[in-house]
Design a protein around this ligand. Structure first.
Ligand SMILES: [Zn+2]
Length: 497
């Protein structure tokens, strides 16, 4: 055990001293496996992978993907009959032996994770101009995720291009996350309400279907999001744009008059439209098990009809109706938490509470099958009373950090301690650069193994290899589509992010 701990620390810090003069740099797998023993510094050729997997699709998946990754030098896959029944549904074991690599998994998902680890371990043979084969260190990995829900929230802004979303989805799957929430920000081309979204939005129904299929193959489920309370503008607040009203003023009655940020909750046409939009996206996303209804940063109702009704009841009726629609489609609703806590309540001091006494009261009657996404973007805290509160009220809760490394680790540890449902990382408009790297690295480690180690940018720089691998898989040819910054000298918004 001591040796294993030392090796894990060595993997995290990046170096093992070999002899007096050389340093051995072991491949750094992200997320770090729960048990990873590099038995020696001996490197073995990657010529054969013996796969024991109870899922009949496993062998085909392995053959297809190893061919994509390694081309003509792909290792030979052979089926094995080792017993895998004691492995959990996302667990795997990977061993190197003198005759090749052995992988055990009881499901296709476990096999995918084993092969993602293998891909991060193996390096090209050296000594020739072009690759002739692959090699990896002698290794034993026993691995299984700590959390059931491991997700990343990805924004599809008006400026966002499909390749960016695809690369983020691929990286999330590669880092063993099992869900990605896709928030459309006016980019989705709705048939139900073509006016609600930018006319040149790049999130076409065809593109979404392609990504959903791709994600499924990679082992990650895409979850759609429609903002059903605040953020109804589908544009960043600071931009003062409205992806619906800027070009379609005839629909002003559906939104609160102050600035159109909120939907008008007392208008029955609002609810009907949102239910149709939810049903449409659930269908285009191939009926996923979850649907995110947003609901963060809402403002007080302000139209003459809404202010005549008790706010808590208005909100409760709205959420119950939408939740029923989502439930009828076989999915579960997810929502951001901040409107459910009263601003000024001393229990939430230092945390995000944007609600009123009325919204906090209405929340107590919410259906318990709604998943609460508790977002907190600051540094480390000793305790997270908001997470505990939502859990104590009988909800499944996700801890949702942004890019603050100490914060992600602290939230992850606390979420593990109180046995939360999982974590949902966020990127917002920082979907490039070191902030993106931090979000992906720490989130995947905390959600996977409940542990993390603060890394320098240099230590995190092996994301360059991982993004390059995603680019190879995508057939990337545009120099701007590689690396963590699009340009070598990033324009102002990327520098000043
Ligand atoms: Zn209203």
């Amino acid at each position: 055990m001591k040796k294993r701990i030392l090796l894990v620390i060595a993997l995290c810090t990046g170096l093992l001293v070999v002899g007096a003069e050389r340093t051995f740099i072991p491949p750094r797998i992200c997320p770090l496996p729960t048990q990873c023993d590099i038995v020696s510094t001996e490197w073995l050729p990657l010529t054969t992978v013996s796969v024991a997997c109870s899922d009949s699709e496993g062998l085909d998946w392995a053959k297809r993907h190893l061919k994509i990754w390694y081309g003509k030098q792909a290792p030979r896959i052979v089926a094995a009959s080792r017993n895998t029944s004691d492995l959990g549904k996302e667990a795997y074991e990977l061993r190197t032996t003198d005759s090749g690599v052995e992988i055990d998994a009881s499901t296709l998902q476990g096999l995918r994770y084993a092969l993602y680890s293998l891909r991060q371990l193996a390096v090209a043979d050296h000594g020739t101009a072009k690759v002739t084969g692959w090699t990896l260190p002698k290794t034993v990995i026993r691995d299984e995720p700590a959390m059931a829900f491991r997700g990343m929230h990805i924004c599809w802004f008006h400026e966002t291009e499909p390749w960016e979303v695809e690369r983020l989805i691929r990286l999330a799957a590669y880092y063993k996350l099992n869900y990605a929430v896709i928030e459309s920000w006016g980019s989705f081309r709705s048939k139900v309400a073509p006016w609600y979204g930018w006319p040149d939005g790049s999130m076409s129904r065809r593109e979404v279907r392609r990504l959903v299929k791709l994600a499924k193959d990679l082992g990650i489920t895409l979850i759609p999001q429609v903002n059903c309370f605040g953020h109804a503008t589908m544009a960043r607040g600071g931009a003062s744009k409205h992806a619906g009203l800027d070009f379609s003023p005839q629909y002003q009655s559906l939104f609160e008059p102050h600035n159109g940020w909120n939907w008008c909750l007392s208008n029955p046409e609002t609810r009907k439209l949102l239910q149709d939009l939810i049903a449409e996206q659930l269908e285009v996303f191939d009926n996923p098990p979850y649907f995110h209804i947003g609901c963060d940063e809402a403002e007080l109702p302000s139209c003459p009809a809404c202010i005549r009704q008790p706010y808590s009841q208005l909100l409760l009726n709205h959420i119950e109706a939408l939740n029923t629609t989502i439930r009828e489609h076989g999915a579960q609703a997810m929502m951001w938490h901040d409107m459910l806590l009263e601003r000024g309540d001393s229990r939430w001091k230092g945390f995000y509470a944007n609600g009123t006494k009325e919204t906090a009261t209405g929340f107590l009657k919410f259906p318990r099958d709604i998943i609460i996404c508790d977002w907190f973007y600051d540094g480390a805290k000793e305790a997270y009373p908001t997470m505990e509160y939502f859990k104590s009220q009988g909800f499944h809760v996700l801890s949702c950090p942004w890019f603050n490394a100490a914060g992600i680790m602290s939230q992850g540890k606390y979420a593990s301690q109180i046995e939360l449902f999982g974590m949902l990382g966020t990127l917002w408009h920082h979907y490039f650069g070191w902030d993106m790297t931090s979000s992906y690295y720490y989130l995947s480690n905390m959600a996977w193994n409940g542990n993390g180690f603060l890394q320098s940018e240099k230590d995190l720089s092996n994301i360059a290899t991982h993004l390059r691998q995603m680019g190879w898989d995508m057939g990337t040819k545009d120099p701007r589509h590689t690396g963590i910054f699009y340009d070598e000298i990033p324009p102002e918004p990327q520098l000043n992010n």
